[in-house]
Design a protein around this ligand. Structure first.
Ligand code: SF4
Length: 319
């Protein structure tokens, strides 16, 4: 039995087919790296800005798109595709740049939807209006990370929780579906902080959640803290316990885009378990079954897992 509401199930329920996100690096930048706020970036950010770095290596959007699209079409020729602008802060910079970027992305062959990753402080009313005017399936993926200003400052995030709240509300006012990103295991935080951040995000008008375990990438300030013994990432069991505590308090209608980080093995310092994504989800499933838990159990679905978790036709819709 599927115990949480996956993005795959959401798309399957909504469109009756498989929808695949294709991560793209549009060569964006970030105010927390270009000197506007800082040159250092968030302490867990590496030179690729949480992305693939393909733009820097000269790969165009179309090349990146076609390479992955061909792979997925081999698996299932009926797959639809969502362009995921992942690396750095894709709404940073002039309004015109965002308009042109969205135009380029929408014109990619078979592009059916767009997911835009950004920071809360890189949005204003005109940019949100531009996003809201897109004629396709749209998710705004906002890095909120934590509700705690002290942590935001500790990780050199460069924005406050109040700025995050404002961005979410302004997007929701325009009918934009917001997927909030939160991190578990941030320096100075424990499960209590993580659950407080979760409750804070759930009180905002969001429609999706992406939960990440903090990992230590090479060449980051966090890697220096780790090497000095000042920071240690979560143990695998600790993170599974945190997810078991988190999922029951998340309303079942909320779409869970992801429950773990996705480090490239070559960039990972610690923890080594972070690359075993399927293994972690297997552990989580077993823990949820053993503890008789599921998404929404403590709020809107105390009786059992809703059918929407399975996707249209009752077929399990993957991760
Ligand atoms: S907001 Fe994103 S791209 Fe910018 S410094 Fe932080 S992690 Fe890196």
């Amino acid at each position: 039995m599927q115990r949480w509401h996956t993005l795959a199930a959401h798309y399957n329920n909504k469109y009756g087919c498989r929808v695949q996100k294709i991560p793209l690096d549009a060569g964006a930048c970030c105010p927390n790296r270009d000197g506007t706020l800082s040159h250092d970036g968030c302490i867990f950010c590496n030179a690729n800005g949480s992305g693939s770095g393909r733009a820097k290596r000269g790969h165009s959007l179309l090349q990146q798109w076609n390479a992955l699209r061909a792979v997925y079409l081999r698996d299932d020729p009926n797959t639809r595709f969502v362009a995921y602008l992942q690396s750095f802060s894709n709404t940073y910079g002039p309004q015109k740049r965002l308009q042109q970027l969205l135009q380029s992305v929408r014109s990619l062959p078979q592009c059916f939807g767009v997911a835009v990753g950004t920071r809360p402080d890189c949005l204003d009313a005109p940019k949100l209006d531009t996003l809201a005017a897109l004629d396709c399936d749209l998710w705004l993926e906002l890095g909120l990370q934590t509700a705690h200003n002290q942590t935001l400052s500790r990780i050199n995030r460069g924005h406050t929780a109040a700025q995050a709240e404002k961005a979410v509300c302004m997007a929701a006012e325009r009918g934009i579906a917001v997927c909030a990103h939160l991190m578990a295991g941030l320096p100075g935080e424990d499960e209590r902080h993580f659950l407080q951040s979760l409750d804070w995000a759930l009180a905002l008008p969001i429609q999706g959640l992406k939960l990440h375990n903090v990992f230590v990438p090479k060449g980051t300030a966090l890697a220096s803290l780790y090497a000095a013994g000042i920071y240690h990432p979560l143990w695998r069991d600790e993170y599974v316990d945190m997810l078991c505590a988190a999922l029951p308090r998340i309303p079942s209608s909320l779409v869970i885009h992801r429950l773990q980080s996705d480090p490239a093995p070559r960039e990972l310092v610690a923890p080594t378990w972070a690359t075993d994504k399927r293994g972690l989800l297997g552990d989580l499933r077993r823990a949820l079954v053993a503890r008789d838990l599921w998404q929404g159990k403590s709020c809107d679905s105390p009786e059992g897992c809703p059918a929407i978790f399975l996707g249209a036709g009752g077929v399990s819709a993957g991760f």
